[in-house]
Write a protein of this length. Structure first.
Length: 161
């Protein structure tokens, strides 16, 4: 997330719930302009407002039951004229996952060491996402980027002139 004011220096905040991911990012991005935080995005709070919020391969892991809560939080975090940018996997690559029987959004993955874990995985259908966000008061454009990925941009409607 970028909380820099227009015309001034920029500052980013990187958030992940996994301390290991934050440590890797901190090692790769050596800049005084980025703050790294270990946090669950659903419980993270700040008084800052951001010009840009970006996430990659995250939207597909938001449980459908928390989708609206997530987008309400993004709206609260955006500065006036702010926008949300994202990339994620297209719904057409859904068959690469093994879904848990009877549960549409939970997949089971196996690690190289044989261990298993389950995660939420809701591949993105661009038209369905645009329609859902429009119903929630967002202007959103989602485009296919290659065969497996989508990229999108969303702004709250009240920010549009």
């Amino acid at each position: 997330m970028d909380r820099g004011a227009r015309g001034r220096g920029r500052h980013g905040v990187a958030i992940d719930a996994a301390p290991e991911a934050v440590a890797i990012a901190r090692d790769r991005v050596r800049s005084d302009n980025v703050t790294f935080e270990v946090a669950d995005v659903f419980s993270w709070t700040t008084d800052d407002r951001f010009d840009v919020i970006f996430f990659s391969a995250w939207l597909s892991h938001v449980p459908m039951s928390r989708f609206e809560q997530f987008w309400r939080m993004l709206r609260r975090l955006l500065a006036e004229d702010g926008r949300v940018l994202f990339i994620d996997e297209h719904v057409n690559v859904r068959e690469k996952e093994t879904y848990v029987a009877g549960v549409n959004e939970i997949v089971e993955r196996r690690l190289r060491d044989g261990g298993k874990f389950r995660i939420v995985k809701n591949f993105v259908d661009p038209e369905a996402l645009q329609d859902r966000l429009r119903d929630m008061g967002w202007d959103c454009q989602v485009r296919r980027d290659g065969s497996d990925w989508i990229r999108g941009e969303a702004r709250p409607v009240q920010y549009l002139g």
